[in-house]
Design a protein around this ligand. Structure first.
Ligand code: UD1
Ligand code: CA
Length: 465
């Protein structure tokens, strides 16, 4: 929409959260709540998005730096003197092109595109001084109440702290979302005073000014009041998280994914899952994870910031982070893939195997009880049960390189740096400290000695009797 500026109020401290992290950076379904507000703003294609920052500005700036795709003009509010003051500092960032201003609270992350579009369309057609969003909720505690006069017209907003007992009974609340024009807004803001219980400049006081001196106020009452849910406390955060999680589950299921028990499947905002994938109960898919089509993810699995191809099976109780898993791979049960694990097509990582910064080649298998770190393992390699790469010498990490078609016998220690040539064979129980050339047999263990067991046998009997 041309001529539109979206202002996002995000400078507040969030006292009621009792936190050192700026409130708007608290995650909801894995991303800072501010991200939802910015994304809703972005989908309107405005000329500019103006976040107002203040409390914890360095951290908020750091997050905003990750949102380079947005048309941001960041404004700092030096002192947090209220929402009216926050808006006032945006004046210089709003240029002549701007005809409409949409104001969003950075701590109200559940608003939908449809609602905002309806709000903008009311403003466009009725042209009041302000169009505001309201909701009717059973427990309005903490929100500004919408006071209506005869004819049911909005006359003012009164904050909880300033409300009379009668006004506190009002169930219609201010959602903190407004559409207005620069000319009305900045002149009205010039007239407000911090004469209230909190001694703050209230943006909401502009509503009374619009009624008295302007072209009035239009109000849109939300069909689904959950959209207006603000986050002022940890309990609010948990409620908002719950709503957002359901929205994500519904989006994922609508895309053709089976969630066997949606309630216990935790999927973050940025996660994508391909069609006909089945996700079992008690699973968490986090961060920037993508899962391909026809995968099966069994119970107790946590996957973070990882990419899974198609037809991948992740068996129960596996933990995967920052890893890359290609098509038709099987992982688990009880596997731990740490950052930098790459599992090529049709490879297999089984029970109690831990991997880190390791490439496991196409069709290769590490089926049981292994640690593979800082390694490059070729194709069709068999890593025997209990193989351990000894990658750390106490100060530095070293690499293990294993060529194609190698067979590593069980209970092998590979002391890095070490290279095993392709087609080599490592005898079970070896401690390999020197490179093994292609097609060689490496064996490094003490020779077995068999002796008569006569005396020993009797001793054992005595012990057990
Ligand atoms: C505000 C509204 C209230 C509404 C509610 C909806 C006012 C005076 N009250 O109350 O009517 O029902 O939102 O959620 O506007 N902020 C700044 N600078 C400041 C103060 C706040 O940028 O100096 C930002 C905060 O970061 C937050 C937003 O403005 O994102 C709202 O501030 P908050 O203190 O949470 O206001 P509420 O008490 O929730
Ligand atoms: Ca709030």
């Amino acid at each position: 929409m041309t001529g539109l500026a979206v202002i996002v109020l995000a400078a507040g401290q969030g006292k009621r959260m009792k936190t050192t992290l700026p409130k708007v950076l608290h995650p909801v379904a894995g991303v800072p709540m501010l991200r939802y507000v910015l994304d809703v703003a972005q989908r309107l294609q405005p000329d500019v998005i103006i976040p107002v920052i203040g409390h914890g500005r360095e951290q908020v700036r750091e997050f905003l730096a990750t949102q380079q795709h947005l048309p941001l003009t960041i404004v700092e509010q030096p002192e947090q003197r209220g929402t009216g003051d926050a808006l006032m500092v945006t004046k210089s960032a709003v240029d002549d092109r701007i005809r409409t201003i949409l104001i969003l609270n950075g701590d109200v992350p559940l608003l939908t595109d449809e609602t905002i579009k309806r709000l903008l369309s009311i403003q466009e057609h009725e042209q009041p001084s302000v169009t505001m969003l309201t909701a009717s909720i059973p427990n309005p505690k903490g929100y500004g109440r919408v006071v209506r006069s005869e004819g049911n017209r909005v006359s003012k907003i009164v904050e909880e702290a300033d409300a009379s007992p009668e006004e506190r009974k009002i169930l219609e609340i201010n959602a903190g979302t407004y559409v207005s024009t620069p000319s009305f807004l900045y002149s009205a803001l010039g007239a407000i005073q911090p004469k209230n219980a909190q001694k703050e400049f209230y943006l909401t006081d502009t509503i009374e000014i619009a009624v008295a001196k302007g072209k009035g106020v239009a109000a849109l009452l939300l069909d689904d009041p959950a959209e207006a849910h603000g986050v002022n406390s940890r309990a609010d955060l948990a409620n908002v998280e719950g709503v957002m999680r359901w929205r994500i589950r519904e989006r994922i299921m609508a895309g053709g994914v089976t969630l066997v028990d949606p309630q216990s499947t935790y999927i973050d905002y940025a996660v994508e899952i391909g069609q006909d994938t089945v996700v079992y109960p008690h699973t968490a898919l986090e961060g920037a994870t993508t899962v391909g089509e026809r995968c099966v993810i069994r119970s107790g699995v946590r996957i973070a910031d990882s990419m899974l191809g198609c037809a991948v099976t992740i068996l129960d109780s596996s933990v995967i982070s920052d890893s890359h898993i290609r098509d038709e791979v099987v992982v688990g049960p009880f596997a731990h893939l740490r950052p930098g694990s790459v599992l090529e097509q049709k490879s297999k990582v089984g029970n109690f195997v831990e991997m880190k910064k390791t490439v496991l080649g196409r069709g290769s298998k590490a089926s049981h009880l292994s640690y593979l770190g800082d390694s490059r393992i070729g194709r069709d390699v068999n890593i025997g049960a209990g193989t351990v790469t000894c990658n750390y010498d106490g100060t530095q990490k070293h690499e293990t390189i294993i060529g194609d078609g190698t067979f590593v016998g069980s209970n092998t220690a590979l002391v890095a740096p070490v290279k095993i040539g392709s087609g080599a064979l490592i005898a079970a129980g070896s401690t390999i400290t020197n490179d093994v050339s292609p097609d060689e047999l490496g064996i490094a263990r003490s020779k077995q000695v068999n002796k008569p067991a006569k005396g020993l046998k009797r001793k054992r009997k005595q012990v057990s009797s």
